[in-house]
Design a protein around this ligand. Structure first.
Ligand code: GFB
Length: 308
């Protein structure tokens, strides 16, 4: 297939580049330098020019808990505009298949666990990321609208917290794992405490970007107007994650928790049984192994080749 991947130079885009040789696709990796997805005419002309059969839309304005809490307008507006432009351009240029990216954080906060694909609109999301969550929920609604009116084959993947090499390690905007890796690196260098924000009690599921990319390409021929949660089953406390990071830096003794910071959502436990029905042999990298590898990547590439 000829496939366009938007956000092709980001965390998951990088994962696709590492595993795509396992598949026989002609993949175009687009970055914001190739096309401003906030501009409809540019987006439409770009997708028209490529003549692709499938679009995997990874481009998004994303960030960790604290970025979501502090930049709600950006998280809402930039994602609404990009998603609207890309999906409309896909339809206007007869792209057969679309795969968008949601996240388990957009599901209802007051719910029963584990969450599954049918529960997406059953209630308000957590207040810490409601702006981002509703923008992403509208992508699902937009896909369904096209599928019902034009019988298109537009789908969404729902990953849990993603991590891996080419992540954003900015201390304020990053997700928890890259933020802790950057902090532990700096703490060890200066001999200071390794501070984890919050109580360390919240629970999260983590998927390595390479695993996510591989699973998405395996799902491409199978998806038919549906959403699929993509996640390992295991759930870890933030304290356990911080311990894995500290252990990878051989700096466990300095781990402290700053409870003046928000914990955000306590958990968002996701049910991956639909995925395992579609792809029974799916395996995921163990978190401790993935953390060790990502720490080695960070140490090797800091500061010039990492986003900080
Ligand atoms: O990955 P994260 O920022 O976002 O994880 P969410 C937040 C959890 O990690 C909270 C703790 O419980 C924080 O208290 N934490 C500890 C830290 N130290 C740090 C730190 O230095 N930085 C960060 N960021 N967290 C996001 C959503 O929720 O999940 C996004 O807001 C997105 O929209 C993402 O969907 C996948 O897991 O809470």
């Amino acid at each position: 297939m000829k496939i366009l991947i938007t956000g092709g130079t980001g965390l998951v885009g990088h994962g696709f580049k590492k595993i795509s040789n396992q598949f026989d696709h002609d993949i175009v990796y687009a970055s914001s330098k190739d096309c401003d997805l906030a501009n409809f005419d540019q987006t439409n002309n770009y997708i028209k020019s490529l003549n692709v059969e499938c679009v995997i839309h990874l481009a998004a304005n994303v960030g960790g808990l604290y970025k979501n809490m502090n930049f709600k307008v950006d998280m809402f507006e930039k994602n609404m505009v990009m998603n609207y432009n890309v999906l409309k351009a896909c339809h206007d240029n007869n792209v057969d298949k679309f795969i968008g990216m949601l996240s388990t954080c957009i599901f209802p906060d007051d719910t029963t666990y584990p969450i599954n694909e049918r529960m997406l609109h059953d209630g308000p999301p957590h207040c810490s990321n409601d702006a981002y969550a509703y923008a992403k929920r509208m992508l699902d609604i937009h896909c369904q609208a096209y599928n019902e009116q034009y019988n298109t084959n537009y789908n969404c993947i729902v990953p849990t917290n993603i991590y891996g090499d080419n992540d954003n390690y900015n201390l304020d905007d990053a997700h928890v794992l890259p933020a802790l890796i950057h902090k532990c690196y700096l703490a060890k260098k200066s001999g200071e405490d390794f501070e984890t924000r919050g109580t360390g009690k919240p629970l999260r599921q983590f998927i390595h970007a390479d695993d996510l990319a591989r699973v998405i390409l395996q799902l491409v021929p199978k998806l038919n107007q549906e959403n699929v949660i993509v996640s390992p089953t295991e759930e870890y406390s933030i304290a356990q994650v911080a311990t894995y990071v500290a252990r990878a830096f051989d700096y466990e003794h300095a781990l402290v928790f700053n409870t003046t910071y928000s914990d955000g959502q306590y958990k968002k436990t996701a049910d991956n049984s639909k995925l395992l029905n579609l792809l029974p042999k799916t395996t995921f990298k163990l978190l401790e192994t993935g953390v060790q590898e990502t720490v080695e990547y960070f140490i090797k590439n800091y500061p010039s080749k990492v986003r900080i």
